[in-house]
Design a protein around this ligand. Structure first.
Ligand SMILES: Nc1ncnc2c1ncn2[C@@H]1O[C@H](COP(=O)(O)OP(=O)(O)OP(=O)(O)O)[C@@H](O)[C@H]1O
Ligand SMILES: [Mg+2]
Length: 360
């Protein structure tokens, strides 16, 4: 692939309304050249609609789309020239793998010799050199998926749109193709916009993640920022799992104190006053051995536990804070888990972050 940079894309307050209902509402988003952006959100949150508006198949009912600063809102899809892989990856069943990949080049009236060379390079890229003559029906799901990717990449689009390209695959194959997609993105240096339901995929592949809910963009940022500093309850809950603790906050030196009934929780960061919601990740909580101290200590009893391979997932019933979810690697659990077992939970003051309650 030649070293053409990816396009930079800006969505300026785009909306799509169907009758009275908004599929997408006032979404503004900047995607830098060469970035891997993931749209993440529950079913019906507007991910496909945003992708279709970028591709030009769905017309926004409001707002503008800019490509490298140029307004393309009214440009027909064929003149945008973006690569696309959609849900279900429909290959042409009567064509061989090579013919499928050659198709976008034929449409563009490219000569035979150049076309063959590009098809070979694209097959190399997705590591299917030896499958050129097969029909799609003679390929596994993952191989078909790679053909669809090769077909989307072969004409060297500077923007690639991917709508859950890996969702039909089993976990192991999906993980392999995620690695390949990441490597591919590094190799070709184009702008990728990926849609997924899979939070792990979003976290591991993306330079930036945009979280959507009910057509609204809730938060956008680097994966670690979103995970460590979720802005709202929805983000904390959707990206990973969280415990939520609500109470009355008062400022302290270097943070704040949250009161909830008889309980006190100390937290770091900017001082807060009044009604406050804290998000506390289950993996930030330890089971304290006898005599150990921590910024926050809560006593309780194991209510449920399950072994999840990499460790244990517990729920601990506490008098002060209700049920608390705890995830521990197996080597950090000082006892054999059993229902009813008394335990002491501990976490540091920087483990909990204040998040906003979701807008109604
Ligand atoms: N052509 C249409 N007519 C009416 N409503 C539509 C149309 N297309 C989408 N919608 C609605 O817009 C909302 C967003 O749909 P969209 O397909 O963008 O969601 P999504 O985030 O891609 O969901 P999924 O994860 O299930 O693919 C949904 O409520 C959907 O029912
Ligand atoms: Mg969709």
């Amino acid at each position: 692939m030649s070293a053409v940079a990816g396009h930079a894309l800006s969505l300026r307050s785009i909306s799509r309304r169907y009758g009275d209902a908004f599929a997408v509402r006032n979404v503004s988003l900047d995607v830098a050249s060469g970035q891997f952006l993931t749209l993440l959100g529950p079913s019906g949150s507007g991910k496909t609609t945003i992708l279709m508006m970028i591709a030009g198949f769905v017309e926004p009912t409001g707002g503008r789309i800019l490509l490298d600063g140029r307004d393309i809102t009214a440009l027909p899809p064929e003149r945008r020239d973006f690569g696309m892989v959609f849900q279900g990856y429909a290959l042409f069943p009567h064509m061989s793998v090579a013919e499928n990949i050659a198709f976008p080049l034929r449409v563009r009236k490219m000569g035979r010799a150049e076309r063959d060379a590009k098809v070979r390079a694209a097959l190399d890229l997705v590591q299917l050199e030896n499958f050129a003559e097969r029909k799609p029906s003679q390929l596994s799901g993952g191989q078909q998926q790679r053909v669809a990717l090769a077909r989307a990449l072969v004409f060297e689009p500077s923007l690639l749109l991917l709508d859950e390209p890996l969702s039909a695959l089993d976990k192991k194959l999906r993980a392999e193709l995620q690695e390949e997609l990441k490597a591919l993105h590094r190799r070709v240096g184009r702008t990728f916009i990926n849609v997924t339901h899979d939070q792990d995929e979003a976290l591991s592949l993306s330079d930036s993640i945009a979280i959507l809910n009910q057509g609204h963009l809730i938060q956008v940022g680097a994966p670690a920022v979103l995970y460590e500093r979720p802005a709202t309850r929805f983000v904390a809950d959707f990206l990973g799992k969280s415990n939520f603790i609500e109470g009355e906050a008062e400022a302290t030196a270097g943070g704040f104190l949250l009161r909830r009934g008889a309980a006190r929780v100390v937290a770091g960061g900017a001082a807060r006053m009044g009604r406050t919601l804290l998000s506390l990740r289950p993996e930030r909580i330890a089971l304290l051995p006898e005599g150990a101290v921590e910024d926050n200590v809560v006593e309780g009893r194991i209510a449920t536990w399950s072994y999840v391979g990499a460790g244990y997932a517990l729920t601990v019933a506490t008098a002060d804070l209700g049920e608390i979810h705890v995830n521990l690697p197996a080597w950090r659990i000082p006892v054999s888990p059993a229902v009813g077992l008394p335990v002491r939970l501990g976490w540091s003051r920087d483990a909990a972050v204040a998040v906003a309650e979701d807008a109604a």
